[in-house]
Design a protein around this ligand. Structure first.
Ligand code: COA
Ligand code: AMP
Length: 630
């Protein structure tokens, strides 16, 4: 079948399309229909079905006689450890862990925060929660205690599951002080913590609150899968918005199962049993959908890789993992390939490995620049598919449906909308625009199954952030255009979200931290172009009149403050002191113009600028840190 037939088929009969896809999921009680639109524009899918995520990701494969198939391959070039976990073993481990959680009071609907590095136990923790119908919220290990505390207060977890440490090249990240610090900072206190001890750094357990991962499982009965309603949240994943308060994206159980399962063959072109590798982190949406749930629901083997594209031990690591584990489909962020290309520009290291098992590379998370795509194609000799999606959707909005029909690649475009998504380009007034015209990218409601129905405890914010600007549409926050062949091009964000090494970060959040420095009167953070990470944050600081501290000291303190408050992942290392910020007459900071100056791009003098001379001052300041060179 051709892509066009499938897409048009969905358009004609979305209900039939999704009910058919739902047939690949094992329901305790089948849903009577797909879409529930009674509360439009808040939509739900499969709400009256009963189902369990963990059953579909683990138990059903064992019951089907595939218990010996490898579910998880753990490969840690940082520690040198490798391990294979079969579906049968995964079932007993997860049932036992879920039993331990249940014995300590975790039930359906309770929230559990997971703060873990890239070890199989992170997936086991996620699956144990979904086995009980508990709602997990994984927090990325590169966030600081304060960010963890914010999530604890929002999700109000009954329990926190953490490891004793994470491992970054050359550095052990001690999780326990971060965990203790976060619990101290948070208003809400969890009933207990479950700690997975790693040899690299044992954590001292807090008596009465912390329990050891294995000891907690001794003598408890394994837990069975608890069926939940199709619209019951399987997880909450926090993502950056325009302010420091992260948005809790809610993932509904039924739609998540149906949609992820559909993507595995139709987009990633894998069959059950094939090895699928997403080199990301469980803390991000890619990790949720394609390290944990998607491959397991579909009966694939997934890889948990604890390493980096370079330096663990070298830029050949990806090739080693692909060839050693027989990877068929590989997924990562363009920044990883930029890092490899920088270390091994000619791709010499690939020559030492046979990667003929690989069928395609998929890139997402940030703009895939043509140089990187072409380089990857040249050295790997497989098709490279860019695809565009967001934490909010949980899977591809626009991509190349290689399992249906591999469409011609147009470099610079993630290709075409997937069934379920009616993607349109709108002008400021919400009117559809013509081919090749730049506008806001919006998706006609309803969004398909598995996408966010709302934000955790924040329905008003959901409506305001996504539904208000263009009634009847979901506002993606990205701008772009669609060409005459229906190919989409993503050009920029329309808000203050930036993308650093494939990580979505809020400049507004960084500004809130900088503004808390006693010497900072006013500030702005922008994302400037960076050859490796795509974008990097740069801070502009206006200091209080008569400030006693030197500019250098304030900059140093501000860099430390962002690292301490948000975490190393913010990669905030560049800041300059300026007298004034460029603003419109109504007081809006001209961040877009500042970005153009930093990137040496032509820009139009904003008609509403308060005082154009400030732009020269901004340019001078940027030149001191190596930007705005022409
Ligand atoms: N726990 C603790 N710290 C972490 C962390 C984690 N899980 N992940 C990253 N960090 C730290 C890094 O050690 C680094 O600290 P430093 O300032 O002391 O050097 C900082 O956060 C910034 O990390 P990052 O932006 O990832 O830069 P890097 O220089 O360590 O690595 C790349 C650069 C390109 C190799 C790396 O970003 C990468 O592998 N990216 C892949 C993209 C990806 O997985 N994206 C996810 C979405 S698909
Ligand atoms: P996240 O929610 O972290 O996955 O970030 C989503 C955002 O990353 C999108 O809204 C885009 O701005 C950007 N993004 C993701 N994938 C792509 C892509 N393939 N091309 C361009 N931008 C992308």
């Amino acid at each position: 079948m051709a892509y066009n037939d499938v897409y048009e088929g969905w358009k004609k009969d979305p209900e039939g399309f999704w009910m058919e896809a739902a047939g690949a999921i094992d329901w305790t009680k089948k849903p009577t229909k797909a879409l529930f639109d009674e509360n439009a524009p808040i939509y739900e899918w499969f709400s009256d079905g009963m189902v369990n995520t963990c059953y579909n990701a683990v138990d059903r494969h064992v019951e089907a006689g595939n218990g010996d198939r490898t579910a998880i391959i753990y490969d840690s070039p940082i520690t040198g450890r490798k391990e294979k976990v079969s579906y049968g073993e995964l079932q007993s481990r997860v049932a036992s862990l879920a039993g331990a959680l249940r014995s300590k009071g975790v039930e359906k609907g309770d929230r559990v925060i997971i703060y873990m590095p890239m070890v199989p136990q992170a997936l086991e923790a996620m699956l144990a929660c979904s086995r009980l119908g508990a709602i997990h919220s994984v927090v990325f290990g590169g966030f600081a205690a304060n960010e963890l505390a914010v999530r604890i207060d929002d999700a109000q977890p009954k329990a926190i599951i953490a490891a004793s440490c994470g491992l970054e090249p050359g550095r052990v990240v001690d999780y326990k002080p971060l965990l203790d610090g976060a619990i101290k900072l948070a208003q809400h206190k969890p009933d207990f913590c479950l700690i997975f001890q790693r040899d690299e750094k044992l954590a001292e357990l807090t008596a009465g609150r912390d329990h050891d991962w294995y000891e907690a499982q001794e003598g408890v009965a394994p837990a069975e899968c608890v069926p939940v309603e199709g619209n019951h949240p399987v997880y909450i994943l926090y993502t950056s918005g325009t302010t420091g308060a992260p948005k809790g994206v809610v993932r509904p159980t039924g739609g998540h199962l149906v949609a992820l399962n559909w993507t595995m063959k139709n987009i990633y072109n894998v069959d059950p049993g094939d090895v699928f590798w997403a080199a990301s982190d469980v803390g991000w949406v890619v990790g949720h959908s394609y390290i944990c749930y998607g491959p397991l629901i579909h009966g694939n083997t997934t890889i948990v890789f604890e390493g980096k594209p370079v330096g663990t031990p070298d830029a050949g690591t990806f090739w080693r993992v692909i060839s050693e584990h027989n990877v068929r489909t590989f997924f990562t962020a363009p920044t990883a390939f930029r890092a490899i290309k920088r270390d091994d520009p000619k791709g010499d290291l690939i020559k030492g490995y046979d990667i003929s098992c690989l069928r395609a590379l998929y890139l997402a998370g940030e703009r895939a620049d043509p140089d990187t795509i072409e380089w990857a194609q040249d050295v790997m000799k497989v098709p490279v598919y860019d695809h565009w999606w967001q934490t909010e959707t949980g899977y591809t909005i626009v991509g190349n449906p290689a399992g249906i029909e591999a469409l011609p690649v147009k470099i610079g475009s993630p290709t075409v909308p997937m069934p379920g998504y009616d993607v349109q380009i709108l002008d400021e007034g919400g009117h559809p625009m013509g081919p090749n015209e730049l506008g806001a990218i919006a998706i006609k409601l309803p969004l398909p199954p598995g996408t966010l129905p709302t934000l955790w405890n924040a329905e008003d914010r959901y409506r305001k952030s996504y539904l208000k600007t263009f009634p009847g549409y979901y506002e993606t926050g990205d701008a772009g255009m669609i060409d005459e062949d229906g190919y989409l091009y993503i050009m920029a964000r329309t808000d203050d979200v930036i993308n650093v090494a494939g990580h979505r970060l809020s400049t507004g959040g960084m500004e809130e931290v900088l503004a808390s420095h006693p010497e900072v009167a006013e500030c702005a953070v922008i994302g400037v172009s960076d050859q490796l990470k795509g974008q990097l944050p740069v801070g502009f600081l206006c200091l209080n009149k008569g400030s006693a501290s030197s500019d250098e000291d304030v900059i140093k303190e501000c860099v430390k403050l962002v690292r301490d408050k948000i975490g190393p992942v913010a990669a905030f290392k560049l800041a300059v002191v300026v007298d004034r910020l460029p603003k419109t007459r109504s007081g809006k900071i001209l961040r877009g113009t500042m970005v153009s100056i930093a990137d040496s791009q032509a820009y139009k003098m904003p008609a509403t600028i308060d005082d154009p001379v400030i732009l020269d001052e901004i340019k001078d300041a940027l030149q001191t840190i190596g930007y705005a060179q022409s």
